[in-house]
Structure formats: structure tokens, C-alpha cells
Design a protein around this ligand. Structure first.
Ligand code: SAH
Length: 398
């Protein structure tokens, strides 16, 4: 039997939990010290012992765990998980039916009613991301629920809860049959090679699906495209398929080169017609500026935090300066695609960073389009931080 701990919420926070806020934050709780073993059930009550919600203890950088039900005495068992996963599947039936896209998120943590884990689908295989030891302790019941609701050939998992909150290196295979490596998936009709057992990342970030489509269908034709922080070159592949005259992909990681070649190849694009550089982005910006290189489109999708030998980049502090770098090498009337997955600021603040950069450079701009998370990355209005993705298509006016 799992232990149930009653946690008392400070008066000034009880309203947010009544309104459905799902994250059990440290500052909201009076007696957090009573928590011992992760995976314990939590009854959240206010200072006069009124029931506020049911949840579980699973330490994440964000807090003590998640409220998963407003129902007193709710059990977190196979029936419970089956219900939530079933509901998540129902929301995504249009994607399940869509033959041109075979990779999407099937379950998005708190956005689907249970914070702490996600499930992604890749052409018949599932990848579960576990964000705490606490939710991991429910693994058997969650997999049993998955078996009831979802069709799959095999399941992989990524455990993202070691002491630094990062990925635990491991054989990630869980059950069923092993996926080929590469496994070919489709997204908007574009091919993509993914590797499900090759570290924390599988080769594609599914949350950018709509942004990639916009680049291919509306913005790339006849354009020179610079893709910075390019990883496996997903934006470059879409740009090339959309008729870009040339793409240049820049990423610091050695692995990015063969992985980008692979993505071009599976789409029948000769990678020799493109440029793929393993290089520090900030260094490349300096080089391009010195050589007076200009691009019609500059894409920037940096991590929220990155430290290389020479530079530390923090999106919340340094995005303005990144946009300045981009402005310097963007053609007049060209497009800057500014993206961030940093959850510590919202869209308004992000627009502020862009605005500041253009002001400092005495340039005019127009925001042509904006994106946040696609539908399958379900979010709830009670937890705005969950909608972390912000992407702006910004035209540099002449
Ligand atoms: N835009 C990509 C995802 C980017 S992930 C996509 O759509 O798939 C972030 C990438 O930034 C990683 O591949 C990492 O190697 C790279 N990176 C981090 N710091 C960097 C730096 N200073 N210079 C170049 N690349 C960097």
C-alpha cells in the first residue's frame, strides 16, 4: 500500500488549487518536511482542513509533485491511468488518422491530467518520458493502462530524473519489439529518421511541427536560409523541400553533422548542395558579419541554457543580443524566425526582447506570424507555464 500524506496549503495559495492549478509548489506548502518516499499519495488540504485535491509526491525542479484529481479518495491505479490516457487519445484522433504524420505526442503530462510524464508516438513505437522518481514508481500501472488503450509494437522510456534533473543513460527499451534504428517516421509528408535508443533525444522535437510546415509552405521558396542551433537540421530539410535556394545549418555538436546528412538523405536531397557546419553559433555570427554574408531567412532555436567553452547563453537574459546578431546578417525584407522553449517567461516578454533588439539596431520590423505549442502538446489554462513554446516570424523591414 502506498502511503498517503496530508499536505497543508498556506491560506494565500489555497484559491489557486481550488481553481485547478496542478503543480504542488514548495512555497505553497506548510509541512513539506513530512514527505519521505516519492510516489506517496498526497491529500492537499487548506489551513482549515478542507480538501483541495489528490496528487502524488514526485520531486521535480518545479515542485513537490502534481495534483491529479479533484475527487476525494481517488486511487492512482490502472483504472485511473486508463481513463486519463483514453481521454488523451480521444483528443488526438485526427492525428492518429492522418497518414502524412506518424509522429506526435499522445499524452502531455498535466495538460492531459497527470503531470510528470509524457508519451510520444513514433510510427508504431511509444516513448515515455518520466520526469520524477515518484511518477516512475507508477510505471507498471501506467504501462498496463497503455496496453488497454494504445496499439503499439514496442515501448521505450527516457528517465529524466537523476540528481541534476537530466537524463539517466541507460538501455531505454521497455517492452514489445525493438524499433529499427533509424526508424522512419513521417511528418506533414516529410521523412524523418529517428533513433529511439540513442540517448535522451530521438532526433526530432515534435513541438515544432507547425513551424516547420509554415517554413516549407509559406516562407522558404527561393530563399537562402541560415538555421542556427540546427541539431538534426529539421528546419533545413523543410526549407529545402519548400524550395530554398540553399540552407546552411550550424550546430556545435559533432553528432549534428551526420544526423543532418541522414535527414537530407531520407528525403532524397543531396546534402552536398547544402551547407552543414559544426561550429559555435556565436562564432559563426561574427564570421558572417565580417564576411558581409546575408541570408533571406535566419532561424534561431537555442536551448534555454547552453554553455560552450567560450559562451554561456541564457535565453531569459541573452535573447535580445542573439536577435541583434541575426539582424546584422539578415537581408532587407528578410525573415528572422525566433524561437524559444524557455518556460520562465511568456510571449509578451519574448516580444519585448525582439522589440528591444530592433530598437537598439535602429531597424523596423513586423511580426508576420506567431506560434505556440501544437494541439497534441495539450495545455490547460490553469497552468500557463505549460505552454512554453514561443516562435515569432519577424520580417526586417527596409
Ligand atoms: N532547432 C533544433 C533543435 C535545437 S536543440 C530543431 O528544430 O530540431 C539545441 C541545439 O543547440 C543542440 O543541438 C545543441 O548542440 C546546440 N547548441 C547549443 N549551444 C550552441 C552553441 N553555442 N553553438 C551552436 N550550437 C549550440
Amino acid at each position: 500500500m502506498r502511503e498517503t500524506i496530508t499536505l497543508k496549503v498556506k491560506n494565500k495559495y489555497s484559491k489557486q488549487y481550488k481553481n485547478g492549478y496542478p503543480l504542488i509548489t514548495k512555497e505553497a506548502i506548510i509541512n513539506g518536511k513530512e514527505l519521505k518516499e516519492e510516489g506517496a499519495l498526497i491529500d492537499l488540504v487548506d489551513e482549515s482542513n478542507q480538501f483541495l485535491g489528490r496528487g502524488y509526491y514526485g520531486n521535480q525542479n518545479k515542485g513537490y509533485g502534481w495534483v491529479v484529481s479533484q475527487r476525494e479518495g481517488e486511487e492512482m491505479n490502472v483504472t485511473f491511468f486508463t481513463g486519463r490516457i483514453q481521454r488523451a487519445l480521444q483528443k488526438r484522433l485526427h492525428l492518429v488518422k492522418d497518414q502524412t504524420t506518424t509522429a506526435y505526442r499522445l499524452f502531455n503530462g498535466e495538460g492531459d491530467g497527470i503531470g510528470g510524464f509524457t508519451i510520444e508516438y513514433f510510427a508504431g513505437y511509444l516513448v515515455i518520458n518520466w520526469y520524477s522518481q515518484g511518477i516512475y514508481s507508477f510505471k507498471d500501472d501506467i504501462i498496463a493502462a497503455i496496453r488497454v488503450v494504445l496499439d503499439f509494437k514496442g515501448i521505450y522510456e527516457k528517465k529524466r530524473f537523476n540528481t541534476e534533473g537530466s537524463y539517466v543513460e541507460d538501455d531505454d527499451f521497455v517492452t514489445g519489439e525493438r524499433a529499427p534504428s533509424p526508424l522512419l517516421i513521417k511528418e506533414n509528408g516529410v521523412n524523418f529518421a529517428v533513433h529511439l535508443n540513442d540517448g535522451a533525444m530521438v532526433g526530432i522535437f515534435l513541438d515544432q511541427r507547425e513551424v516547420r510546415k509554415a517554413i516549407r509552405d509559406k516562407y522558404a521558396k527561393g530563399k537562402t536560409v541560415l538555421n542556427t542551433f540546427s541539431y538534426t537540421g529539421a528546419f533545413s530539410v523543410y526549407a529545402a523541400l519548400g524550395g530554398a535556394t540553399k540552407t546552411t545549418s550550424v550546430d556545435l555538436a559533432n553528432r549534428s553533422l551526420p544526423k543532418t546528412v541522414e535527414q537530407f538523405k531520407v528525403n532524397d536531397i543531396d546534402e552536398k548542395t547544402q551547407s552543414i557546419l559544426v561550429e559555435e553559433v556565436f562564432h559563426y555570427f561574427k564570421y558572417a558579419k565580417r564576411k558581409n554574408l546575408k541570408f533571406d531567412m535566419v532561424i534561431m532555436d537555442p536551448p534555454s541554457f547552453a554553455r560552450s567553452k567560450k559562451v554561456t547563453f541564457r535565453a531569459a537574459k541573452d535573447y535580445t543580443s542573439l536577435v541583434s546578431d541575426a539582424i546584422a546578417i539578415t537581408e532587407k525584407n528578410g525573415m528572422i524566425v525566433a524561437s524559444t522553449n524557455c518556460s520562465t517567461f511568456g510571449m509578451d516578454k519574448f516580444k519585448g526582447f525582439i522589440d528591444q533588439a530592433f530598437k537598439e539596431n535602429k531597424q523596423k520590423y513586423k511580426i508576420m506570424e506567431e506560434f505556440s505549442l501544437p494541439e497534441d502538446f495539450a495545455t490547460i489554462k490553469e497552468f500557463k507555464e505549460g505552454n512554453y513554446l514561443k516562435v515569432l516570424f519577424v520580417q526586417l523591414l527596409s
